[in-house]
Design a protein around this ligand. Structure first.
Ligand SMILES: Cc1cc2nc3c(=O)[nH]c(=O)nc-3n(C[C@H](O)[C@H](O)[C@H](O)COP(=O)(O)O)c2cc1C
Length: 167
């Protein structure tokens, strides 16, 4: 698929089939994340991969979007490595870029995904529950799985509203 179609057709998927995701596909999703840009190329992202269903159930308890996390074949807890961080604002943007790469690569493979930001409300508790090193700050959980239902149509603001000035 052309990159433009890939970007346009990706949708957040919130219901997943029971199928598992192969190690090869998982590696290619991590590989896409690895090649995201970052300030000073500091690559401040780190990942905790949750494949075990019981562990997914455990982390699902920290978000109101529990059913998405519970149904997902894989959840990736995306973290910022604090000791790698040189400029928090830029590092957060880099982590965002790395997540977008993952979503797009998953979509290319026919794997659906949903970025769960709401879980950050309870990120400290989640971190304790997963026994995550204090040097890693949770930035998101991303749920992956094969789509069970067709995604809803998406809407976006018209580009005329987005480009606020041309000088
Ligand atoms: C930073 C961020 C946080 C998000 N958090 C959630 C979330 O907690 N739960 C959820 O269902 N979707 C979440 N989403 C997905 C958005 O709702 C979704 O991207 C948006 O509605 C546009 O739909 P689309 O992804 O299908 O194009 C999040 C997306 C982003 C970028």
């Amino acid at each position: 698929m052309q990159i433009s179609s890939l970007i346009r057709s990706r949708r957040s998927i919130r219901r997943f089939k029971h199928n598992t995701i192969s190690s090869k596909d998982l590696s290619s999703i991590i590989e896409a994340a690895r090649w995201a840009p970052s300030g000073l190329n500091n690559q401040p992202w780190r990942f905790i991969i949750i494949k075990d269903r019981d562990s997914s159930k455990k982390i699902s308890e920290f978000t109101k979007y529990a059913s998405i996390v519970r149904e997902a074949a894989i959840n990736i807890v995306v973290c910022l490595k604090i000791s790698c961080s040189y400029d928090r604002e830029k590092d957060l943007m880099a982590v965002g870029a790395c997540i977008q790469n993952m979503l797009l690569q998953a979509h290319r493979l026919g794997i659906g995904s949903c970025w769960i930001g709401e879980i950050l409300r309870r990120k400290k508790e989640l971190s304790r529950s997963l026994d995550i090193n204090k040097d890693l700050e949770i930035m998101a959980v991303v749920s992956f799985g094969y789509p069970k239902v067709k995604a809803k149509k998406a809407v976006r603001l018209n580009s005329k509203r987005l480009v606020v000035a041309i000088k």
